[in-house]
Design a protein around this ligand. Structure first.
Ligand SMILES: Nc1ncnc2c1ncn2[C@@H]1O[C@H](COP(=O)(O)OP(=O)(O)O)[C@@H](O)[C@H]1O
Ligand SMILES: [Mg+2]
Length: 607
């Protein structure tokens, strides 16, 4: 048999490698911006068409390239930034893998124009699918312009995989923010379809943040600053009272590079400790500088994850730096009792007047020695829930009166069975059924009811809305604003009455009926946050995701005291659901204890 292994042609190898570095237009933009910064540019212009699907062009006034370098730059592993293995430990530039231009040229039509200061003319190269199409000298300013047209034109699977223009543009904005925040010393402009989206002048870090996120953010931030010999930290953190229900503006940068780190995020979140509920997220813009020797940025091609040599110390320093700032600026939280915090509704032990008198209903005609209960109950050992509930509903209701839970003296017969509902720990509903006891998780039940309700609302395109007395406005990050815009039809059919109201702002005039007295803005923020989380972690279908996210956030929280009517209504509605046994996220809602189970609990100890 002849040999079958062969080396892949360069263009194919490049295309495969491109898959790792360039997933979408935004990743190409990131690479081009980083190259421009590495080239020492002080002004960078970005032009984008159709969310980057037709064009991404980055023009810089950096040092430019010679003709030979310009040709070389498109080869894989061609870089001017490192030359030996040791250099990996001293990296100060953003690039060093020499893969970006090769990857970009493999999957799009690229035009490069570049000139160095010492030459009169520049060079222009056209390259397409890794193949040089033309090369000539040209007149152009000092610096480099790279334009990338029709990304993935030759990889239909990838091209088809691209999301809607709005989603792709959101990714572009996200990368733009990540690259521009740590470089306030460089001016940036971004144009989309010939419209100016951002013009970021040179200035301070604070100026940059304000230019990106709006002037309101100015008063919401306090500085952080710390120098140690392991790491130096500077930047801004959000005041606790401005924390959001969505993970909005959270940025870490190491040596000017945006990174993701759940570990460091935990350090920040824990510094806020008691100042924030677990469902609130502080904003932060934290820039850290470390000796490049002590980190490894080379663990992933997109370089958004890094490894620290001494992760624990970094964690501790970051946490204490933030605590210090929070203390220094005296950021005691303003307590907001309106705010829906888990367990906020649980009355304090000392607060006796607050505790409603628990009551049960009794049937005064009940005879514990009658035949009814014994036979009926024990026989239905394995009845399914529907029957359980049916049997419960059909129990006699006549002659019921309400009495306090603790039997009063004149009531000589403590009542062994009642036909009403108890709530325990503000979280579970207990009810007696023919065959034993029914236990219902109150939040899960409510979530299930709302989920099915919202799903139908979205599918029918019309959900009931409850008008707010005082309309609210909500300012979102650009990315979240675009997301809401994109989901506008669905969000409206959930029952939100929502209108655009200036830059990154919506006015909310109504909330979905059934969400109690929720604050519309908070509810919308929570909805967005859950939606994003479900989308990235579970890749859930949009409608189901929205219905589920809203149901989760609008459902009653543990600690919410319910009265008899509310409990009955909840149980009735639960059993009217298509799948009452499980919450939308798959948790059990119903449990039963049969009389047999109960009997077993109280069995005599065997000798
Ligand atoms: N905008 C630019 N200005 C000057 N030189 C550039 C520019 N973009 C790329 N280069 C040169 O091309 C080389 C290859 O770029 P790239 O493929 O992104 O790899 P890397 O950035 O990892 O070195 C760079 O090392 C640099 O020398
Ligand atoms: Mg690069």
């Amino acid at each position: 048999m002849s040999d079958i292994i062969q080396l892949l042609p360069e263009s194919v190898a490049n295309q495969i490698a491109a898959g790792e570095v360039i997933q979408r237009p935004a990743s190409a933009l990131k690479e081009l911006l980083e190259n421009a910064i590495d080239a020492g540019a002080s002004a960078i212009l970005v032009l984008v068409k159709d969310s980057g699907k037709s064009l991404i062009q980055v023009i810089d006034n950096g040092k430019g390239m010679t003709g030979t370098d310009a040709r070389m730059s498109f080869l894989r592993h061609a870089t001017s930034k490192i030359s030996k293995a040791d250099d990996l430990f001293t990296i100060r530039t953003k690039g060093f893998r020499g893969e970006a231009l090769a990857s970009i040229a493999a999957i799009s039509q690229v035009e490069l124009k570049t000139r160095r200061a010492e030459t009169e003319t520049g060079i222009r190269i056209e390259i397409e699918g890794s193949e040089i199409k033309s090369q000539s000298s040209c007149s152009c300013p000092v610096g480099t312009s790279v334009s990338l047209k029709n990304i993935f034109y030759n990889v239909p699977a990838r091209r088809n995989f691209l999301k809607s223009d709005q989603i792709e543009f959101r990714h572009i904005l996200e990368e733009f923010e990540r690259v521009t925040i740590p470089h306030p010393e460089i001016s940036f402009s971004l144009q989309h379809n010939d419209q100016l989206v951002y013009r970021l002048e040179k200035g301070t870090l604070k100026n940059r943040i304000v230019a990106l996120f709006g002037s309101k953010i100015n008063e919401r931030l306090v500085p952080v600053e710390q120098q140690t010999n392991i790491i130096s930290v500077h930047g801004y953190i959000g005041k606790p009272e401005h924390a959001r229900k969505t993970r909005g503006e959270q940025f870490f940068f190491i040596n000017g590079r945006f990174i993701k780190s759940a570990y460091l995020n935990h350090a920040v979140q824990s510094a806020y400790n008691q100042l924030l509920g677990s469902d609130s997220f502080p904003s932060y813009f934290i820039l850290m500088d470390v000796d490049p020797k002590t980190i490894d940025v080379n663990i992933h091609p997109t370089k958004t994850e890094i490894k620290f040599e001494d992760e624990k110390s970094v964690y501790a320093i970051l946490r204490s730096t933030i605590k210090l700032s929070l203390g220094k600026y005296n950021l005691t939280p303003t307590l907001d009792f309106e705010q829906e915090m888990s367990f906020a509704n649980i009355p304090l032990k000392s607060d006796k007047a607050f505790i409603p008198q628990p009551t049960i209903k009794v049937n005064p005609r009940y005879n514990p020695f009658g035949s009814d209960t014994k036979t009926g109950a024990l026989s239905s050992g394995k009845a399914n829930w529907e029957q359980l509930y049916e049997s419960h509903k059909s129990l006699p209701q006549a002659g019921e009166t309400q009495v306090p839970l603790i039997p009063v003296t004149e009531n000589r017969n403590p009542v062994p069975e009642d036909h009403s509902f108890y709530q325990t720990h503000g979280s579970y509903i207990v009810s007696s059924i023919k065959s034993g006891l029914l236990l219902v998780d109150q939040q899960g039940a409510h979530e299930r009811i709302l989920f099915e309700h919202y799903l139908t609302a979205i599918e029918n395109g019309k959900g009931a809305s409850q008008q707010m007395l005082f309309p609210k406005t909500i300012v979102l990050t650009t990315a979240d604003f675009d997301l809401v815009r994109e989901l506008m039809n669905e969000i409206r059919s959930l029952g939100f009455d929502l209108n655009e109201f200036g830059k990154n702002t919506f006015s909310i005039n109504g909330v979905p009926a059934d969400t109690g007295d929720s604050d519309g803005a908070t509810l919308l923020e929570k909805l967005i946050e859950s939606f994003k989380q479900n989308r990235s972690e579970l890749r859930m279908e949009t409608r189901e995701n929205l219905a589920r996210s809203l149901a989760k956030n609008a459902s009653v929280k543990p600690g919410k005291l319910l009265n008899q009517m509310e409990m009955k209504d909840l149980i009735d509605r639960l059993f009217a659901c298509a799948s009452p046994r499980f919450s939308a996220s798959g948790k059990h809602i119903i449990a039963t204890l049969t009389l047999q189970d109960l009997e077993n609990l109280f069995k005599k100890q065997s000798a």
